[in-house]
Design a protein around this ligand. Structure first.
Ligand code: NG1
Length: 470
């Protein structure tokens, strides 16, 4: 279980308010946060102090535990994780921070530093009812239910203040995985207080199950990169476990002469989403259709080495949700799927099959330093996400088109689930600022506002940061 404890049990008697007013203390905290945040640690120290101040107003003075989990951007490999395929995410230095204190009465009390996210409370059990659909507390409820099922007697409760990074660009639905960062940090806290020391594979599965509780039939990419992040590296992850339930991973150094920019379209999807689950359904129907010729396969990944041209004729171009269910091609309940939905099975499978190959090719190109090839793969991945997976939007298209034409840019693509969110731009270091200006101007002309663009600074893995007095 990750445990950074960079601020080693800061048991000073200094209150957060004193800390904020005491320049020397703040400088000390900044230094202690440097291993996690590098040149952003002064800003982060202020964020931490603010968090502790608000936590003591919420829960009263006393000890507090600080857990954090990073957001992520995905270099390449979109919608492949739940097909047991390949992905290559990068952890961001933008994270979700939880300030927590355990309770003994099986109650979880939740507050959020952003006032638009209302407070919530629930009793811990193996069947925790959801708050209203889309309520932020559902991610913590899901995590608590999973931990309670695993250790029914160990877990008690907690007071918890969530500190998002929305002002830092980690808004919900931005495709930077803030929902998983919340789920991972909550699971870290809950497992910690339940005395559970879980292996990464099991931890990741619990987090993923917690997101299924919320409603998204997602994969394991976000949770893995959160746990295994390494500075200045992407993570190549094979989402198909081996016979022992282990996953193959490899840290891949990012090319030093290049910068990744993240351009936020400002259009944010809700993570409880029928459109996402429709794509999941299309892939499952694809597998069921292919099973007639290739019995025993469970995921699209299992036909990775069979040429696409041989697979395509077995896949329906499209099929209605009702027909898929009555003909036995879709045997599980998928939240958000409506009887009138039409599923574009062949195009979805075509995206996934090719995207898996693109991730492998991108890994080889990064290994050999062929950045032009990486850029071409990013462009191809975007075209496939737009044309075959149908997850782009006009705002995303403006960002990708203007980035692709900007000087020094080698490739740009939609990153994350889609339907808005962010675009990743790979650009030569020295031209990054200029390219960002070009993209912002084009977007302003097309949509009447300036999009946020920020450099991707890699972040550290999720974990317990410190225990402190709040
Ligand atoms: P976003 O929406 O970017 O956080 C979602 C899924 C991922 C993956 C990507 C698409 C969850 C928690 N996250 O990520 O697993 O499928 O879409 O590649 O479901």
């Amino acid at each position: 279980m990750p445990n950074h404890n960079v601020i080693r049990n800061r048991q000073s008697t200094t209150s957060p308010v004193d800390l904020a007013q005491n320049g020397a203390e703040l400088a000390g905290l900044t230094a202690e946060l440097a291993p996690l945040y590098g040149d952003q640690s002064a800003v982060q120290a202020e964020r931490y102090v603010d968090a502790l101040t608000q936590f003591s107003a919420f829960a009263g003075p006393g000890p507090a535990w600080l857990f954090r989990a990073p957001g992520r951007v995905n270099l390449i490999g979109e919608h492949t994780d739940y097909n047991n395929g390949f992905v290559m995410p990068i952890a961001l230095d933008r994270d979700i921070l939880l300030v927590v204190r355990p309770r003994r009465d099986r109650t979880v009390r939740l507050a959020n530093i952003e006032p638009e996210f209302e407070q919530s409370a629930f009793t811990v059990s193996e069947e925790i009812p959801q708050a209203s659909p889309g309520h932020w507390s559902n991610y913590v409820r899901g995590a608590a239910q999973m931990i309670a099922r695993l250790a029914p007697d160990a877990f008690t409760g907690m007071d918890c203040l969530a500190v998002g990074a929305a002002p830092l660009g980690l808004a919900r639905g931005s495709g930077l995985s803030s929902s998983s960062a919340l789920t991972v940090s909550a699971t870290l806290a809950l497992a910690h207080f339940a005395g559970l020391n879980l292996p990464p594979e099991q931890f990741v599965q619990i987090c993923s199950d917690a997101e299924w509780y919320v409603g998204t039939r997602g994969g394991i990419m976000d949770q893995f990169i959160s746990l295994l992040a390494r500075r200045d590296h992407a993570l190549f992850l094979d989402c198909r476990p081996d016979v022992n339930g282990q996953y193959a991973t490899r840290h891949v150094p990012l090319p030093a002469a290049y910068q990744i920019l993240i351009a936020d379209s400002g259009v944010h999807h809700s993570n409880v989403r029928g459109e996402y689950n429709k794509r999941v359904a299309s892939c499952r129907i694809g597998v069921a259709s292919l099973r007639r010729k290739h019995p025993g396969i469970t995921h699209l990944r299992d036909v990775h080495s069979i040429p696409w041209g041989e697979l395509a004729p077995s896949l329906p171009e499209q099929i209605g949700a009702v027909k898929a269910a009555t003909s036995g091609l879709l045997d599980t309940d998928i939240p958000g799927l409506e009887p009138a939905d039409v599923l574009h099975v062949r195009a979805c499978c075509r995206h996934v099959w090719h995207e898996n190959h693109r991730v492998e090719q991108a890994l080889a190109a990064l290994d050999s330093g062929d950045i032009a090839a990486v850029g071409a793969l990013l462009q191809a991945a975007h075209a496939s996400a737009r044309d075959d997976y149908a997850i782009s939007t006009p705002e995303i298209e403006t960002l990708v088109a203007s980035a692709s034409a900007a000087p020094g840019v080698v490739g740009a693509r939609l990153t994350g689930a889609g339907w808005g969110g962010c675009v990743l731009v790979l650009v030569r270091q020295e031209e990054a600022v200029h390219a960002a200006g070009v993209i912002q101007n084009s977007f302003l002309s097309a949509h009447g506002r300036v999009p946020t663009i920020f450099p991707c600074r890699t972040g550290a893995a999720a974990g317990l940061v410190a225990t402190v007095d709040a």
